[in-house]
Design a protein around this ligand. Structure first.
Ligand SMILES: *[C@@H]1O[C@H](CO)[C@@H](O)[C@H](O)[C@H]1NC(C)=O
Ligand SMILES: *[C@@H]1O[C@H](CO)[C@@H](O)[C@H](O)[C@H]1NC(C)=O
Length: 191
């Protein structure tokens, strides 16, 4: 009897966090650091939108290989951006990805020039190589090699997610606390 009770308690304690605390469902500690031949040396759990950034930084070249991974269902979109000019959304230069109805993932760079950007593909001010994305278990991951950046290893990053894509155009995201606070400084050297 005592064994049955403690087993039940264990299950409850164990299951509840993983099912209901989605902010911790996706963490650096429960994901592999390798993708194809890339081994990421750093990983950071981002404080909002169930997202994480993995990277390897080449300080000689000022270039970062990144993997941005975020929870998102099919039908929605995710984006990870660097803002070379200021903190916040406007002026940021984004990599955006969404899942098509046939299961393939579209990923492309776009410039966030205003609070209602076109979201059309555009060249960024910094180099983007090897851009691709995948969708697995309700997570979209964007892979890219980015940089060098004017400010060296320190950048302003912005990340975002929205639930709707119409005719290939990601639509406005929600304006909850999470969506408005998903920005911050990142130093590729120190994390
Ligand atoms: C950085 O990139 C250069 C050029 O590709 C390469 O020669 C060098 O070994 C790289 N450094 C590191 C630490 O990977
Ligand atoms: C899947 O859909 C996308 C968007 O419509 C299209 O570009 C792509 O070619 C399709 N892929 C396959 C394998 O049919």
């Amino acid at each position: 009897m005592a064994i049955t009770i403690s087993y039940t308690l264990f299950l409850i304690l164990y299951i509840f966090p993983s099912h209901f605390d989605t902010s911790h469902a996706l963490t650096c500690s429960n994901h592999k650091f390798t993708y194809r031949s890339t081994i990421y040396t750093s990983c950071k759990d981002l404080p909002h939108l169930s997202a994480q950034l993995l990277w390897t930084y080449n300080s000689t070249m000022g270039v970062a290989k990144i993997a941005y991974r975020a929870r998102q269902g099919a039908g929605g979109w995710i984006a990870w951006a660097i803002n070379p000019n200021q903190i916040g959304m406007v002026g940021s230069e984004a990599l955006v990805a969404y899942v098509n109805s046939n299961g393939s993932v579209t990923v492309y760079p776009t410039m966030i020039t205003s609070y209602s950007p076109s979201m059309l593909p555009a060249d960024l001010s910094f180099q983007v190589l090897d851009l691709l994305a995948e969708f697995l278990s309700n997570e979209i991951t964007i892979y890219a090699t980015v940089g060098p950046f004017a400010g060296g290893s320190v950048v302003n990053q912005v990340w975002q997610a929205g639930n709707l894509v119409i005719d290939g155009v990601p639509q406005m995201h929600a304006v909850s606390q999470q969506n408005l606070q998903s920005t911050g400084e990142l130093d590729f050297l120190s994390g």
